[in-house]
Design a protein around this ligand. Structure first.
Ligand SMILES: Nc1ncnc2c1ncn2[C@@H]1O[C@H](COP(=O)(O)OP(=O)(O)OP(=O)(O)O)[C@@H](O)[C@H]1O
Length: 853
């Protein structure tokens, strides 16, 4: 607190007789706690006391830190210019910073928008900025540039427009608002530089040196937040204008920091595959993906570190000698670092790694090199600071960093540039407070204010406490309560007042040139809305409702500017402008101006390529690569796992013998069990097949003596819940009985062993050598009385009369089921190690047995 007080206040303070302190302060960022402390330590009353406070409430932009502008305002209204009992008030509105255009323009906007109801502060004559700095006569109006999206004209001739749009889409890139604003700013900076823009230094004693050429360091881009910073950085990089973006995030995501932390992790414990792979890919080891794959192939199971060591051993005199040597050097270094980690200090180790790998110099040569080097220095500083604590060792340091990462504590990208570096700066409006720059761009003015705070179901207020949304637990509804609504309205107004002050801070940072940039979607609509303010009486400020409903800075700036004479070109109707000394230069630019034509680039490229001589070697390689056919082309269509029925189906299809003419399709394609209520209607062929199989699966070995016997057996199946009453209705008892009368039925009855429903899984290798996992279920395997093994399969196909001839039936059955039974017998032979002597199909409907070859 003492530091804060000393850092923040102009306080002449006597603490009893003992303490005398001179400090600098801004009352505008005062909060209740600070006010209370100051009230305690000051002496005397307001009229004769020793407290001196200074501040500009229009710059109070720290409400999120509980700064309370009302503290200032209360004093401001109570204190008098010629006080008797009150405090003395001195208005310091002479401005020694900015050119008059900046100040008049700022006054013009804020006189219209900042008021007590919306804005909390009255921007009157006393608050207005008075130009007092000596500048030359050059005129520099404030620039307001609106970037808008090109609206597609509504054309009745559909086809032509579509084609046109399509063409546009093909040839032009899509631009984000951040990119278009960045490109505009870049263009403007280039114009200023190319046109020999100058900077006026009023403080320079030698009058001949007061005017000097504009440099990058004189330019700042101010934004409400850094959300767009990466896009801006990218665009500036492409335009080759140095831009320094102050950022509080992204330290741990920076490539160089990640690589170095990986090195430290590996020094701590090399048995970490991913960090190790990352280091091997880093330029100081220099392996490529192929080399990493070769290392892995040495042994796929061992940790990668082991694989590296094995690779070095095996390949030192082998084909990959260059890779082995690289890795050997790395292993040697790693050993050295591991030794240092055990014996020396952590910060020395970090620095030694930078030296051994030349990584510090290397990142310096990369894009944004200074920033990267600063990031590495910060890591070293961290290690140094860590050693000053009671903790020791690399392992603990890494855990400490891990904890920081998981907590989301980012170090912020390290500051890499000093005051003297000649770069354009991108900073938040908040961090620009108190500073000044010759040329200021304020960008992103069309972006919506952040309203996140109001999406919670509760709100806090210093004055009114807590307001929550109402919850009806019975109906499970949450709705806005009246107190919540009232508090939300208050908070939104406070937020807007704060945003207004943020805009004020932004505009008052400029010494000479102020360039305001914002994007809108539809310029015609926006323009029309802005022009509505031309109807307002000229001496009146913008109405409360209009200022209160603003969603972005442009919603304030636009309607205010529309009343200035500079807006004549954009106004459809003539209007009487407010008479004001401010000078503005308004321009509206379509975003298409900043789109790079992709097509032209491509065309240029192709022309370039055509001009070049043909590289025969490259051509040969291209031919080879494009004409290569995959050697295992057939294999890619095969399933790695399949069922016997699937193989059967595929083979049958291949033979094109799905002969519906002879056979009724016995099985429907669906193999899922239908729900009971559907089954009650009528069983499908598949279901009938399943029922018959169940009956045969459980049939007693000795068979049945008569139909009643079969009927009882079926009933028993229902009782055991193996079948339903509906299902047994489709079973014809005489057909079941008949089975036992056939020769195979008799062999069944007298069999030594019977195995039924045998599931199997086996690997089948086809002619090409591809293996496939096959699964299936064998109906029945019998060892008959003579010790012969018989493979029996029940079939429920309906046989048409045209197959009354034994041979025709046999041929057809052979075609249909030979594959299946062949696989079954292969399975039995390989899994059970038996020799299948006979393969028999039992045709349940025809009540015939067929022996297959
Ligand atoms: N009396 C003066 N004569 C000449 N120049 C002055 C005078 N007072 C201040 N300046 C100059 O005006 C500029 C702004 O001054 P200073 O930063 O103190 O203002 P400030 O009120 O703190 O501004 P802000 O709060 O808006 O950041 C500086 O460049 C400073 O050198």
């Amino acid at each position: 607190m003492e530091r804060r007080m000393r850092g923040n206040f102009h306080v002449r303070c006597e603490w009893g007789e003992k303490l005398e302190m001179n400090s600098k302060a801004y009352l505008s960022i005062f909060n209740m706690l600070q006010e209370t402390i100051v009230q305690i330590v000051k002496s005397g009353s307001e009229a004769d006391g020793n407290l001196f406070m200074v501040g500009d409430v229009k710059q109070s932009i720290y409400r999120f830190r509980l700064a309370e502008p009302m503290l200032f305002l209360n004093k401001y209204t109570q204190f008098e210019e010629e006080p008797i009992t009150n405090g003395l008030k001195i208005d310091l509105n002479a401005n020694f910073r900015s050119r008059e255009e900046v100040l008049h323009g700022t006054n013009f906007i804020f006189e219209q928008i900042m008021g007590e109801t919306v804005g909390e502060i009255v921007y009157d004559e006393k608050a207005g900025l008075k130009p007092s700095a000596p500048y030359d006569e050059v005129e520099m109006p404030i620039e307001l540039t609106i970037l808008y999206e090109e609206q597609a004209e509504a054309q009745p001739e559909q086809t032509e427009t579509d084609e046109l749009e399509l063409k546009q889409l093909e040839t032009e890139e899509e631009l984000k608002k951040s990119q278009q604003e960045a490109r505009y700013i870049i263009k403007r900076i280039r114009e200023l530089m190319d046109n020999g823009a100058t900077v006026y230094d009023a403080k320079e004693k030698d009058p001949s040196k007061r005017v000097r050429p504009l440099e990058y360091r004189d330019i700042v881009i101010l934004m409400r937040s850094m959300t767009w910073s990466s896009e801006l950085v990218e665009e500036f990089k492409a335009a080759e204008i140095p831009l320094y973006a102050e950022s509080s995030k992204g330290y741990f995501e920076a490539l160089e920091v990640m690589v170095m932390l990986n090195v430290l992790n590996i020094v701590d414990n090399p048995y970490q595959d991913i960090p190790l792979a990352s280091i091997l890919r880093a330029p100081f080891v220099g392996c490529n993906e192929n080399e990493l794959a070769l290392i892995r192939l040495i042994d796929r199971k061992v940790p990668f570190y082991e694989a590296v060591k094995m690779f070095v051993k095996e390949e030192r005199s082998g084909l990959n000698i260059a890779t082995a040597e690289k890795l050997q050097r790395f292993l040697y270094q790693l050993d050295k670092w591991r030794n240092l980690a055990r014996r020396g200090s952590l910060s020395d180790l970090v620095w030694q790694i930078y030296i051994d790998t030349n990584y510090y110099e290397m990142v310096g040569a990369m894009a944004n090199g200074k920033q990267r080097q600063a990031n590495l220095r910060t890591l070293h500083d961290r290690a140094l600071m860590y050693e000053k604590t009671s903790f020791r060792g690399l392992f603990r340091f890494l855990r400490f960093i891990d904890r920081m990462k998981s907590r989301g504590d980012d170090l912020g990208v390290a500051k890499s540039i000093g005051e003297k570096d000649n770069v354009v700066r991108l900073v938040t409006i908040h961090s620009s407070k108190g500073l000044e720059y010759p040329v200021v761009f304020v960008a992103g003015l069309g972006r919506s204010f952040n309203q996140m705070d109001f999406s919670n179901p509760y709100l806090f207020d210093q004055q009114f406490g807590l307001a929550v949304k109402a919850i009806d637990p019975d109906d499970r509804i949450m709705y806005t309560s009246l107190p919540f609504l009232a508090m939300k309205e208050k908070k939104i107004l406070e937020m807007k007042a704060e945003e207004m002050r943020v805009l004020y801070v932004a505009m008052t940072r400029a010494k000479e040139r102020l360039i305001l940039v914002g994007s809108v979607k539809n310029w015609d609509k926006t323009r029309a809305t802005w022009c509505e303010s031309q109807q307002i009486a000229r001496d009146a400020m913008l109405p409360d409702y209009l200022r209160a409903r603003a969603k972005s800075y442009l919603d304030w700036i636009g309607p205010a500017i529309a009343r200035h004479a500079c807006f004549e070109n954009y106004s459809d109707e003539p209007f009487t402008a407010i008479e004001h000394p401010s000078k503005w230069q308004v321009s509206a630019i379509s975003n298409t101006t900043f789109m790079h034509s992709l097509k032209t680039d491509e065309e240029n490229e192709s022309i370039d390529v055509l001009d070049q001589e043909v590289d025969e070697h490259l051509l040969e390689q291209l031919h080879q690569r494009f004409n290569t056919t995959y050697p295992f082309k057939e294999s890619i269509t095969k399933k790695s796992k399949t069922s016997v029925s699937e193989i059967k189906r595929v083979e049958n299809l291949q033979r094109e013998e799905e002969s519906d003419t002879y056979f009724l399709q016995t099985k429907s394609t669906s193999t899922y069990k239908r729900p009971l209520f559907l089954q009650e209607k009528a069983l499908t062929a598949t279901e009938i097949g399943t029922v018959v199989h169940t009956v045969m699966q459980h049939a007693p070995k000795e068979g049945f003596t008569n139909e009643a016997d079969v009927q009882n057996y079926l009933q028993a199946l229902v009782e055991k819940k193996l079948l339903t009453n509906e299902e047994i209705k489709v079973v014809e008892p005489e057909k079941v009985l008949q089975f036992f009368a056939t020769s195979i039925g008799q062999r069944f009855v007298h069999a030594r062993q019977i195995h039924r429903e045998i599931p199997f899984t086996m690997s089948l290798t086809d002619d090409v050598g591809d293996s496939q996992i096959v699964q299936g279920i064998i109906d029945c395997l019998i060892e008959d009385a003579d010790g012969k093994w018989v493979l029996l399969d029940y079939k429920t196909d309906k046989i048409l009369p045209s197959f009354s001839q034994e041979q025709a039936l046999k041929d057809e059955m052979e075609k249909r089921y030979a594959v299946q039974l062949r696989i079954y017998s292969q399975a039995i032979e390989s899994v059970l190690n038996l020799q299948v002597d006979e393969k028999i199909l039992y045709l349940y409907n025809a009540q015939k047995e067929l022996r297959l070859n």
